[in-house]
Design a protein around this ligand. Structure first.
Ligand SMILES: [Zn+2]
Ligand SMILES: [Zn+2]
Length: 455
């Protein structure tokens, strides 16, 4: 039986495993059976495992998450006569090699995989179990990002951070007694990932205006609520209040659920995430350990909000933009991508080969639409929260808010503005600026502003 999609945002349990017919024309469905958030939530693990009839779980953790919750999962299960095979990941890459390591140790009769950890472990397990057609659970040991509930997984493939088809986790456990023991930095990063929804929702609205992309107002409102809730409790987070921690976890799960409901990451990932993916890619090649995902997204969000402020003020010369579209030089573009992406360039060029975002015909169409909608676009950009205000909030929480804090130098920052949009086919405010031939000048203005602020 189909129900109607809720016009007002609801708690996460209202969205699980039910077909919701929406006024946007789609039926939304999140393939997550249960979410348990709260003190002692880990004790529900054996109950669900037994209830769903799993007898041969494969628990995957690393040596840190083993101590935090992996051993406890193993014990709790054995107390009810379920003997799990436990694997402690040796490799760090979350790439093809790690996937191989996990497969080799997996028991042949495994019927459920339990990821114990945060983002990367959850992502690789959701991908692997999806490919093996096995269900998976996630026991969170920190709340640093919103990937737990998402129906996609990010992995390193051929040296490039790649969004892979995956499924949602069947059970999510966010035990606040465990989350409290996570390094505070992780929780602050979770806050950062949620802040990013402000800029990605703006990208989605711009796409709706300019390219006519499908848009769901109900899901957008749901994601908006996740951010609004969290903006209220920055002080409580710093004080380590368990209730606030639970709210961050709930916000992250809800935002991930929105990705599942919509069927792709559009509602929760935009230009701020493209920046983060770009930094991951270049840092990996430089052999530098990148900052946490949520920290990068927080910095990306502040940068994108500054960019939106400058773009709203920018003088747009539509004739110049059209001339640039007509003289698009694919070879020159490719040379720049090879310089900016290094070893990962082939994957990025392949994305453009199928998306054709920069080709003349599509760009001219988008310039026409942007010209027609310019007043509305400016209105949207001006309605965003101020970058300064957000940076202040991030400082209160103790999350990085400036590129230098996460090791991004000025040259990398310029490349980020110019080329991070190429890492995904998705339309964002950076594509809008590129189309209008102001990407270069507006990003220079943002970079100048950052230099002034830090002087
Ligand atoms: Zn994220
Ligand atoms: Zn909808």
């Amino acid at each position: 039986m189909r129900e109607k999609m809720y016009p007002e945002p609801q708690p996460v349990s209202a969205y699980l495993c039910r077909e919701l017919e929406c006024s946007c024309g789609r039926v939304h469905y999140a393939d997550i059976a249960a979410v348990e958030i709260g003190a002692g939530a880990i004790r529900t693990l054996p109950e669900y495992t037994k209830k769903w009839g799993y007898a041969c779980p494969y628990i995957v953790c690393d040596d840190i998450t083993y101590k935090i919750a992996g051993a406890q999962c193993e014990n709790l299960l054995s107390q009810v006569g379920v003997y799990a095979k436990l694997h402690i990941i040796k490799r760090l890459g979350f790439d093809e090699a790690t996937l191989g390591e996990l497969l080799i140790d997996m028991p042949a009769d495994c019927d459920v995989i339990i990821a114990v950890g945060t983002g990367s472990i959850s992502d690789i397990i959701r991908y692997m179990s999806f490919k093996l057609r096995l269900p998976c659970f996630t026991v969170a040991t920190g709340a640093p990002m919103d990937g737990f509930a998402a129906g996609i997984g990010v992995m390193n493939v051929d040296g490039l951070k790649t969004t892979m088809p995956a499924h949602s986790t069947k059970l999510i456990i966010g035990d606040t007694d465990i989350l409290r023991t996570a390094p505070y930095r992780m929780t602050a990063a979770g806050f950062g990932d949620l802040i990013g929804k402000l800029s990605c929702l703006n990208d989605w609205e711009l796409a709706r205006l300019v390219t006519g992309e499908h848009f769901c107002g109900n899901i957008a409102a749901l994601v908006k609520k996740c951010v609004d809730d969290i903006l209220q409790c920055a002080d409580g987070l710093k004080r380590g209040e368990p209730e606030v921690l639970g709210r961050v976890m709930e916000g992250l799960v809800l935002s991930g659920t929105a990705i599942s409901l919509y069927g792709d990451s559009r509602p929760a990932s935009g230009a701020e995430h493209h920046m983060s993916h770009y930094w991951e890619t270049v840092f990996e090649q430089r052999g530098v350990r990148a900052a946490m995902h949520g920290e990068q997204v927080a910095v990306g969000t502040v940068l994108i909000l500054m960019f939106c402020e400058e773009l709203a003020r920018a003088e747009i010369d539509f004739d110049l933009a059209r001339a640039a579209a007509r003289s698009y030089d694919r070879a020159a573009w490719e040379a720049e991508i090879r310089r900016a992406y290094g070893a990962a360039a082939d994957g990025v060029i392949a994305i453009e080969d199928s998306a054709c975002k920069n080709e003349t015909a599509g760009r001219l169409r988008r310039i026409d639409a942007a010209q027609e909608k310019l007043p509305l676009i400016r209105e949207k950009l001006n309605a965003l929260p101020g970058a300064e205000h957000l940076a202040k909030l991030l400082r209160t929480v103790g999350c990085p808010c400036a590129p230098a804090q996460i090791g991004v130098d000025e040259a990398t920052l310029k490349d980020t503005f110019m080329y991070c949009k190429e890492i995904r086919p998705r339309y964002t405010v950076l594509q809008l600026a590129y189309d209008l031939e102001v990407l270069d000048s507006v990003s220079d203005r943002v970079i100048e502003r950052i230099k002034r602020d830090s002087a």
